[in-house]
Design a protein around this ligand. Structure first.
Ligand code: NDP
Length: 399
């Protein structure tokens, strides 16, 4: 049916490529393009022979002209950006110049400041609208499925949602004292930042890891979880009717936190460049180089993830509590696509979002967050493509 250009060849991209190849009725051709072409070729090697035709290319996604040349040559219907958040704007610029639809899984973050927010990408709204092309922002799991879950709850079970708690639990164990499940640089920038939540129209800021709760996750068990700032809080705060409070919690084990504190204390998580033996290096980038590659965690990670949303609100004047979540097993993911569950839970929704756009269900000119589209076909596709969800109207609430 169509052609997609996938930018990036890391952990998440690998899952997107696997899933597009499983869905050859929609993706009859894909091009994998990234900074290191050998990684694209390795993916192609693994997956070619099926119905989806795979090509590869080298591209520096920081360079708009290179991107435009590649898009003009390949003529995709959509660009799936699974490189790093630093490249969002250059890729959006290239999509605008070539009138090509766009999808990503993480909002733009300038490389030299650990700060992410949607304002930079929302500023493209009018230009995308005028060009007649769609940008779907944040279409991984969180952000991504968490927005679809919230929109689904709103559509079917509530007149108004007053509170949403997004709970992200990784009950997996990779056997290392310290490793991150996705790009270490992005992950550490996120968790070492101040926390915040959205309440009654304003942000309440907390110290990093200041707010801790203990939660008994279905199919995973009891875990410590900590309040973090997370990007979907910003868009859901605007898009969910009647919302008064949204929080995001993520689980962390004690070993991870102790190592992170130590690395912070010695300056290894800093993004300020320093001189080392006559060469400028960024400590966090050096740390990334010595940590295990997230893509290598697949074979050794056991256990499950549970990510979902607890919504509190009213329907027909009565109070409703609703919890919708997905449980994903690291080893099952590895058996299917050779990746652990964090890459899997991000890559599957990215493929589904691209499919929604290519089959016209989520195509409208402009720049949108996922909760602004009809959640029903996406929810159905989650069940079909490997991320089945469960719901309960009697959840344990978070205080
Ligand atoms: P990886 O580090 O494994 O992969 C990133 C890929 O992008 C690498 O192949 C890298 O190339 C490539 N890349 C980096 N810079 C450039 C550039 N300038 N030009 C071309 N390619 C480039 O990251 P992940 O796969 O773990 O994460 C991918 C994205 O998914 C990130 O944006 C992350 O924030 C997001 N994510 C979203 C989640 C969600 O639920 N919404 C959850 C997890 C991740 P090279 O191989 O040369 O380094």
């Amino acid at each position: 049916m169509g052609r997609a250009l996938i930018i990036g060849a890391g952990g998440v991209a690998s899952v997107v490529v696997h899933k597009c190849c499983q869905n050859s009725e929609v993706f009859d051709e894909i091009c994998i393009a990234s900074r290191t072409k050998s990684k694209c070729d390795a993916l192609k090697e693994k997956l070619q022979g099926g119905k989806t035709k795979i090509t590869t290319a080298q591209v520096d996604a920081n360079n708009v002209d290179e991107l435009i040349a590649l898009i003009n040559e390949y003529q995709p219907e959509i660009v799936i950006n699974v490189a790093l958040p630093y490249q969002d704007l250059t890729i959006m610029d290239a999509c605008l110049a070539t009138k090509t639809h766009y999808l990503d899984t993480a909002n733009y973050e300038p490389e030299d400041t650990a700060k992410f927010e949607y304002s930079w990408q929302w500023a493209y709204r009018e230009r995308f609208e005028k060009a007649g092309i769609t940008a779907i922002l944040g279409c991984g799991f969180d952000p991504g499925v968490t927005g679809v879950f919230s929109a689904y709850a709103m559509k079917h079970y509530f007149d108004e949602i007053h509170e949403i708690d997004i709970l992200d639990c990784n009950g997996g164990d990779h056997g290392y004292p310290f490793a991150t499940n996705f790009n270490p640089e992005i992950n550490i920038r996120e968790v070492s930042a101040k926390g915040s939540y959205w309440e009654k129209g304003q942000w309440i800021e907390t110290e990093p890891m200041e707010i801790k709760r203990v939660y008994d996750f279905p199919e995973v068990g009891v875990k410590d979880m900590y309040l973090l700032h997370h990007e979907e809080l910003e868009s859901l705060g605007l898009n969910i009717k009647g919302i008064q409070r949204i929080r995001f919690f993520m689980t962390f084990g004690q070993s991870y936190l102790t190592h992170l504190k130590c690395l912070e204390n010695v300056g290894m998580t800093s993004i300020e460049p320093i001189m080392y033996e006559g060469k400028e290096i960024v400590p966090l980038q050096f740390l990334k180089a010595v940590l295990p590659d997230p893509a290598s965690l697949g074979p050794r990670t056991v256990g499950k993830t549970n990510i979902g949303c607890i919504c509190k609100g009213i329907k027909d004047g009565k109070e409703v509590n609703y919890y919708v979540y997905n449980v994903c097993d690291h080893q099952e993911c590895y058996k299917e696509v050779g990746s652990q569950a964090i890459s899997y839970t991000t890559g599957v929704p990215a493929m589904i979002g691209a499919m929604m756009l290519m089959n016209g269900l989520w195509k409208k000119p402009g720049v949108y967050n996922v909760e602004e589209f009809d959640p029903d076909p996406f929810m159905e596709a989650l069940n079909k493509w490997g991320l089945p969800w469960k719901e309960t109207f009697e959840p344990t609430l978070v205080d």
